[in-house]
Design a protein around this ligand. Sequence first.
Ligand SMILES: Nc1ncnc2c1ncn2[C@@H]1O[C@H](COP(=O)(O)OP(=O)(O)OP(=O)(O)O)[C@@H](O)[C@H]1O
Ligand SMILES: [Mg+2]
Length: 237
Amino acid sequence: MPLLEVEDLRVAYGKIEAVKGISFTVDAGQVVTLIGTNGAGKTTTLRTLSGLLKPLAGKITFDGEVINDMGAHKIVAKGLAHSPEGRRIFPRLTITENLQLGAFLRKDTAGVQRDIDRAYSLFPILGERRSQAAGTLSGGEQQMLAMGRALMSQPKLLMLDEPSMGLSPIMMQKIMETITELKAQGTTILLVEQNAQAALSLADHGHVMEIGTIALSGTGQELMHDESVRKAYLGED
Ligand SMILES: Nc1ncnc2c1ncn2[C@@H]1O[C@H](COP(=O)(O)OP(=O)(O)OP(=O)(O)O)[C@@H](O)[C@H]1O
Ligand SMILES: [Mg+2]
């Protein structure tokens, strides 16, 4: 059984249907990526899986349970974490405080401390600056903090919405290396990216979204070598 199963999901903002019936699965241990142009419905999909938006129709099954009508906190508690688009860290709080907020549902103080240490070993720059306000971090460092914070809920599935957005090539490479490392540690990841090349090169499976639908699916390698994907998303002609 897949860890996440999305069946014929439809999501609308008022009368505008942003997601028009998509289906995909994520197996435990996999990295699955959703790629596609601006406005394709990627963020809408992640926000719906997180319980922040209610689906119009369809069925979302996570870890053996239908979560369509579950509240956002319950979904986090069940093991689905979301590192949102645009990071949304708390700039006035320290880096450590931001990480602690990611663990707000946990009662195991020792375990939380261990996971904070783990975040600092994954991202040493965060450890060095742990007592500083998070707003003083660079964009790439704030992205690391957002990922670290999402990991603090000990997720079974980590959803990342455009972790490379606005980053320099070096920072982007660092983020992609971290995703690879998390995968090697057994974290299951649903990765939304506009950087198709980077996402497909590390994903087991990928889906190309176009105006609310999935236009094409395949393994990361298949999509990377698909001619239409190369033309539309990898800057080739
Ligand atoms: N709060 C909202 N109210 C109305 N329409 C919205 C809202 N949020 C998103 N949309 C619309 O829904 C569609 C899908 O948006 P979404 O943010 O999911 O796209 P995306 O694939 O994440 O795009 P991007 O790559 O630019 O982040 C777009 O047409 C967008 O304008
Ligand atoms: Mg988006």
